[in-house]
Design a protein around this ligand. Structure first.
Ligand code: NAD
Length: 256
């Protein structure tokens, strides 16, 4: 699918990987609706892109808020052709605390609600809207891109909830691609390694150095623009479907 005149809905689009994706897709000729909870950053993107970017404050885990956001994208730009799921949270928490008491269930539920249920919520709404699109010469009506993590495969201590949520995103990719094939909608997932987003700015230098040590080549953090380029390639390459691509410079995470 090409980008000219298409509309992308990008969750978590105000920051990090989502923001880089919005900027690159707009540069390539698309419009974008940013779905996020950060009003200041959302407004900044809208102001910088002169009618090509809209923002709607939306919790991806809330069904009626996502229904309203997809309606807003259609009102603003006429259709939804591409959906990129970047909204995510990931504060670590162990199963048991230092005294051996289990940590509250609410934390696990929150991470699953945003990362996994939120991804499903947005992709199901986007698919519903995409069915109405005119197919292109290849029969494509839409492209959905989810964001997992290398933690889906080798999560560290403290990442039970995050890894489970991202493993769930990897797991739903193929069955949803199989189901939506009849509507001409492709579904792909990107599993990033360590990408330099605002997430990293809060980490101590030693922690960042230790993460870089786990990267094979090139031995540095990834850039959000590298994620955006892969997402754009997935949109443009109709033969990519039903798969998760690791984008991690061969990094494999250690247990801690
Ligand atoms: P980020 O914190 O810069 O951006 C995430 C955005 O999601 C924020 O703008 C936040 O406001 C928004 N968000 C959070 N909860 C939301 C909700 N309930 N509804 C709507 N928006 C919400 O983080 P990032 O590094 O750009 O991460 C983007 C995605 O990539 C996440 O799913 C993350 O798990 C995944 N990821 C990131 C890395 C990395 O190294 N940066 C690695 C692997 C996976």
């Amino acid at each position: 699918m090409d980008f000219a005149g298409k509309t992308a809905v990008v969750t978590g689009g105000a920051s990090g990987l989502g923001r880089a994706t919005v900027e690159y897709f707009v540069e390539k000729g698309a419009n974008a609706l940013v779905i996020d909870l950060n009003d200041d950053l959302g407004a900044e993107l809208v102001a910088a892109h002169d009618g090509k970017v809209a923002y709607k404050k939306t919790n991806v885990a809330d069904e009626s808020e996502v229904t309203a956001a997809i309606e807003y994208a259609k009102e603003q730009f006429g259709s939804v052709d591409i959906a990129v799921n970047c909204a995510g949270i990931g504060t670590p928490q162990k199963v048991l605390d230092r005294e051996g008491n289990r940590n509250p269930l609410a934390y696990f539920q929150k991470i699953i609600a945003v990362n996994l249920v939120g991804t499903y919520n947005v992709l199901s709404h986007a698919a519903e809207a995409m069915q109405a699109n005119e197919p292109n010469a290849d029969g494509e009506r839409g492209v959905i891109i989810n964001t997992a993590s290398v933690a889906a495969y080798e999560g560290q201590i403290g990442q039970a909830a995050y890894s489970a949520s991202k493993g769930g995103v990897v797991g739903l990719t193929l069955p949803v691609a199989r189901e939506l094939a009849r509507s001409g909608i492709r579904v792909m997932t990107i599993a990033p390694g360590f990408i330099h987003t605002p997430l990293f700015d809060g980490l101590p230098e030693a922690a960042v150095e230790s993460l870089k040590e786990q990267v094979v080549f090139p031995k540095r953090l990834g850039q959000p623009a590298e994620y955006a380029k892969l997402a754009a390639h997935i949109v443009e390459n109709a033969y990519l479907n039903g798969e998760t691509i690791r984008m991690d410079a061969a990094a494999r995470m250690a247990p801690k």
